[in-house]
Design a protein around this ligand. Structure first.
Ligand code: SAH
Ligand code: SF4
Length: 348
C-alpha cells in the first residue's frame, strides 16, 4: 500500500493525519519538516518506538533528486523524480552573492502552449500535489544549507514548469506549509507567482489569497499577436486580464510585474512598446524584460525564433522608459544547464 506523505500537509491536516496521536506530535513533526529533515530517525525529540511507528505508517517525502546540474554562474538546476517516475525541474538562482531565489514548478509539463517555451511543447502531463511543490523548495534549501550551513533562500518564484493558476488548490496548500509561522514562516511578500493570464485564477487569488506578489507574462499587449504567441489569450482576453489585475491591485496593494519575453523581430516593434504602455495605464507596474532564451528548433509561423539583438533591446527599453515605465532586465542565469526561463523540461 502507498503510505501517506506528510511533507505537503498544512499543520492542521498533519495533526489530523497523525491521529490518534495527540496534536502536539503533529507540531513536532511539522517543526522537523520545516528544518529540512526528511527521515523520522532524525526526529530526536520523539522516542525510538514512536519514530518506528511513524515510519511504518507514513512517508515524509515522495520525490527524490535524480540529477543536480550546477552552472558556473552560480545557478543550480535540480531534476526531481516523482513517485510515478515523471520528472520535473526546480532551480536555485544566485541573484547576488548571498541571496538565493528558489524557482518552483507547479505542473509536469504545461497545457498553455506558448510558442516560445520549451515546457509548453510537453503539454500537460499532470498537476503536482502540495507535497511535490513543498519538496522542491526543501531539495533546493538543503543544497544551500549543506554548503554554507545556513540557507540563504530569500525569495520564491513560482515560475518553473507549468501554469500555477491551473493548479491553485495544491499550490495554496504548499504555500500554507511554507509560510506558516509555526514552521519555516517564509514571508508572503517574498513569493511571486507568474501567470500566463488566467482571468478566473487571478480573481480567485484576489478573493481567497494567499497575499503574494503577482507577475503577468504579458509578452506583448498587441492582442492579435498575443493570440498567436500565447493561445491562452483567445479565452482570456487582455481587457479582462487587465480588469482582474486592477481588482487584485486594489485589494492587495502590491505592485505587479509585467514580464515580456522578447523575441527578436517579433514583439520588439514600436507598436509593441506603445501597446505595452497603454496596457500599463492605470496599473502600478514594473516591466521585466526577458531576452528570449534559445530553445533549439522553435519557430513561429515558419520563422525560427531568435534572441533580440542588442539594438532591439536598447530601443525597446528606451521606448518604455520614455513612457515613464520602470524597466528591469532579467539576468541570463543558468543557460548552460538549460535552467533559464522557458528552457525547463528540455532534457527530462
Ligand atoms: N507558466 C507561467 C510561469 C512559468 S514561465 C508563466 O508563463 O508565467 C516563466 C517565464 O518564462 C514567463 O514569463 C515566460 O514568458 C518566460 N519564458 C518562457 N519561455 C521563455 C524562453 N524561451 N526564454 C525566455 N523566457 C521564456
Ligand atoms: Fe506554460 Fe508559462 Fe511556458 Fe506558457 S510560458 S507554456 S504558460 S510554462
Amino acid at each position: 500500500m502507498h503510505k501517506a506523505v506528510l511533507s505537503g500537509l498544512p499543520l492542521d491536516d498533519l495533526k489530523e493525519a497523525l491521529k490518534p496521536l495527540p496534536s502536539y506530535r503533529g507540531q513536532q513533526v511539522f517543526h522537523w519538516l520545516a528544518r529540512g529533515v526528511r527521515s523520522f530517525a532524525d526526529m530526536t525529540n520523539l522516542s525510538l518506538p514512536l519514530r518506528a511507528e511513524l515510519d511504518a505508517r507514513f512517508s515524509l517525502y515522495s520525490s527524490v533528486i535524480s540529477a543536480q546540474l550546477p552552472d558556473p554562474d552560480g545557478t543550480v538546476k535540480l531534476q526531481i523524480t516523482l513517485y510515478d517516475g515523471t520528472r520535473i525541474e526546480a532551480v536555485l538562482l544566485a541573484d547576488r552573492e548571498y541571496r538565493r531565489t528558489a524557482c518552483l514548478s507547479t505542473q509536469v509539463g504545461c497545457p498553455m502552449g506558448c510558442v516560445f517555451c520549451k515546457t509548453g511543447t510537453l503539454g500537460l502531463i499532470r498537476n503536482l500535489d502540495s507535497a511535490e511543490i513543498v519538496e522542491q523548495f526543501f531539495h533546493l534549501y538543503l543544497i544551500e544549507k549543506t554548503e554554507k550551513k545556513e540557507s540563504n533562500i530569500s525569495n520564491i518564484v513560482i515560475m518553473g514548469m507549468g501554469e500555477p493558476l491551473k493548479n491553485l488548490p495544491e499550490l495554496r496548500r504548499a504555500l500554507a506549509v511554507l509560510t506558516d509561522p509555526e514552521g519555516l514562516g517564509f514571508s508572503k511578500r517574498r513569493i511571486t507567482l507568474s501567470t500566463s493570464g488566467i482571468v478566473e485564477g487571478i480573481r480567485d487569488l484576489t478573493d481567497k489569497g494567499p497575499d503574494i506578489r503577482l507577475a503577468l507574462s504579458l509578452t506583448t499587449a498587441d492582442a492579435g499577436l498575443r493570440e498567436r504567441l500565447m493561445p491562452v489569450t483567445v479565452t482570456n482576453p487582455l481587457t479582462q486580464v487587465k480588469e482582474a489585475l486592477r481588482s487584485y491591485q486594489q485589494r492587495r496593494k502590491r505592485r505587479i510585474t509585467l514580464e515580456a519575453v522578447l523575441l527578436g523581430g517579433i514583439n520588439t516593434r514600436k507598436t509593441d512598446v506603445d501597446a505595452l504602455a497603454t496596457f500599463a495605464e492605470g496599473l502600478e507596474v514594473v516591466v521585466n524584460l526577458i531576452p528570449w532564451n534559445p530553445v533549439p528548433g522553435m519557430s513561429f509561423e515558419g520563422r525560427p525564433l531568435r534572441e533580440p539583438s542588442r539594438g532591439e533591446l536598447a530601443i525597446f527599453i528606451e521606448g518604455l522608459e520614455k513612457k515613464g515605465l520602470t524597466v528591469t532586465r532579467r539576468l541570463r542565469k543558468g543557460r548552460s544547464i538549460t535552467g533559464a526561463c522557458g528552457q525547463l523540461g528540455g532534457n527530462l
